[in-house]
Design a protein around this ligand. Sequence first.
Ligand SMILES: [Zn+2]
Length: 191
Amino acid sequence: MRETAASEEHENVTRRTPSDVHDPGRPFFCAKCASPLRMMNRGGRERPICPLCGWTYYAKNATGAAVAITEQGRLLLVQRKYPPFAGSWTLPAGYVEYGDSACDTAVREAREECGLEVQLDGLAGVYFGADDPRDAAHLIVYAAHIVGGGLRPDDDAAQVEFFSPNALPEEIAFEGQRAAIRDWKQNHSTC
Ligand SMILES: [Zn+2]
């Protein structure tokens, strides 16, 4: 009986996200004193809170950074080698690590995923997606052009390829990426 109650509490903490978005990072235990957390209201939302010391878990969106590299009117995309959405295409992108800036991350991802040195030309847009099973995330997209390196897919990429606006692949992974690529297509279509 006690076990049932404990697992219900566990379930409660796991699934009840205020905005109905799955949060795989939601903790069961207090980060400060390791007590089991309870769902309680703070700041108008139900959050996991430590009944002993008051530590509160605030869920945060992740941040991704991407580059929209255009060469002769075509957009560079990377085909994902691994789940989630293996086989689907995205702009070269990665999570912004704690303490890193989005622009440094964008430049680094172009190097690591595609072997290219790029220069950023400015912000292309900020997008949001909640369909990545790892985290809901904002995606910061920079327009960029190539200044060096040589195009080659790295370990995480099955292929890297340039696509013209009317021949983009059907399978694009992640809501934020789809919106960013749709915007790029709109801005680069000739008719
Ligand atoms: Zn605590």
